[in-house]
Design a protein around this ligand. Structure first.
Ligand SMILES: [Fe+2]
Ligand SMILES: [Fe+2]
Length: 403
């Protein structure tokens, strides 16, 4: 290229680079000038891509531009000569860097200027090795963010000691704004989700508490009709929980047993006072009415989806069944009787024995234990009686604790 041709070229393509006028090989100069002509043509047909050719010396130093389309200057508000400085100083907070090699890409997000300055040379070396670079830069243009996505092919010209980067920039400010808004919204969403989960957990707890409250009051109402002030069902729950745990019930199953057992006599709500509170001995017919409290209780508690009420129903129906089959209402025997009811019947009888009633004084603790043992295999599941015996110290503590 003669001096005249070069001057013409510089004017026509706003060329302010160093290669065409420098001591570089004719092949490099030729391919570079052809590329510039080609890229200028792209700009004229209105391509949204903003092309550029950047260069740096293989041994290091500042990057400069061999070619930049006019749109880049308009976007950054600068002239070609000042472009590399503008790029260097205006890149802010974020720089997504991806080299293309095998494995295909390495992603890196550089979030501040210091980190970017520290890594600039290393990134350049990696680009030279990878042969291509994909990056997104955020610029500060007069206080406003400008995001440019860059796809560049890196060519190392070892003979000339120079590296050229043929890049295409695309303005992705709108997309990045959307991405940032999306990020913000995701943050807000997860905040609301956390709040909602807390609220649901609180409401669920409230509901469960309300359910337990209703159940407890109902059980209390039934117990009151029987002349009990509530201490029987409280102790019963605690005895059953000791025995349930010892029999291997899970924590949850034992929790259900604890709260279900107070409802065992809920069917007494349906028994006439004249029979329920009769001081003297009951006639055969009257006792038959009393026995119906199991069925009445089961009906009161039936068709609930709550596992608590389902267990309560089962206990209400079968807590007077006996191990030898002589109980009521169905005459179930041995393992036909649900475990919860086998546990309940031992504890119910034991507490009845150790409690004072209008028609009898309270039995001594040891006498009541003896009675439970005597009824092993008759009324009660022998294995549960063994467990009852094993837990005497705990049972005693409950028996003697004021409620
Ligand atoms: Fe009962
Ligand atoms: Fe009872």
């Amino acid at each position: 290229m003669t001096e005249n041709t070069l001057a013409h070229f510089c004017k026509r393509y706003r060329y302010t680079g160093q290669v065409l006028a420098g001591a570089y090989s004719p092949e490099l100069k030729k391919s570079l000038s052809q590329a510039i002509v080609h890229l200028e043509g792209l700009g004229k047909i209105g391509s949204p891509i903003i092309p550029y050719i950047a260069a740096w010396r293989a041994e290091g130093g500042h990057i400069w531009y061999e070619y930049t389309g006019p749109r880049l200057h308009r976007l950054l508000g600068t002239k070609t000569a000042a472009l590399s400085d503008a790029v260097r100083t205006n890149i802010i907070t974020r720089y997504l860097y991806k080299t293309h090699k095998n494995p295909p890409s390495v992603d890196r997000i550089i979030r501040d200027r210091q980190q970017l300055d520290r890594m600039r040379d290393a990134l350049r070396r990696r680009a030279e090795r990878g042969g291509a670079v994909e990056a997104v830069y955020e610029f500060d243009v007069n206080g406003k963010p400008l995001w440019l996505k860059d796809l560049a092919r890196i060519e190392s010209h070892e003979r000339d000691g120079i590296v050229l980067s043929y890049g295409s920039l695309i303005n992705v400010t709108k997309e990045m704004r959307l991405e940032e808004r999306l990020f913000e919204l995701q943050g807000e969403l997860s905040f609301h989700k956390d709040n909602l989960e807390l609220l649901v957990a609180e409401r669920t707890k409230d509901l469960r508490q309300a359910q337990l409250d209703v159940v407890r009051r109902l059980a209390q109402a039934a117990a009151c009709r029987d002349g009990d002030t509530g201490s029987h069902i409280k102790r019963l729950s605690r005895y059953c929980a000791i025995l349930g745990r010892s029999a291997g019930l899970s924590k949850k199953a034992n929790w259900i047993l604890f709260h279900a057992v107070p409802m065992h006599d809920i069917g007494k709500l349906g028994i006439d006072d004249s029979i329920l509170r009769k001081p003297g001995p009951l006639s055969f017919q009257e006792f038959e009415v009393i026995k119906s409290h199991c069925q009445v209780g089961a009906e009161l508690l039936q068709e609930s989806s709550s596992s608590l009420l389902q267990v309560a129903r089962s206990i209400a129906l079968t807590h007077h069944e006996r191990w030898d089959g002589s109980g009521y209402p169905q005459g179930l025997a041995r393992l036909q009787i649900p475990l919860a009811s086998r546990i309940t019947s031992i504890c119910d009888v034991f507490d009845a024995l150790t409690s004072e009633r209008p028609y009898k004084p309270a039995w001594r603790f040891e006498d009541a234990v003896h009675e439970v043992k005597r009824l092993k295999n008759i009324y009660f599941d022998p294995k549960l009686v063994d467990l009852f015996e094993k837990n005497i110290p705990k049972i005693k503590r409950v028996c003697q604790s004021p409620l």
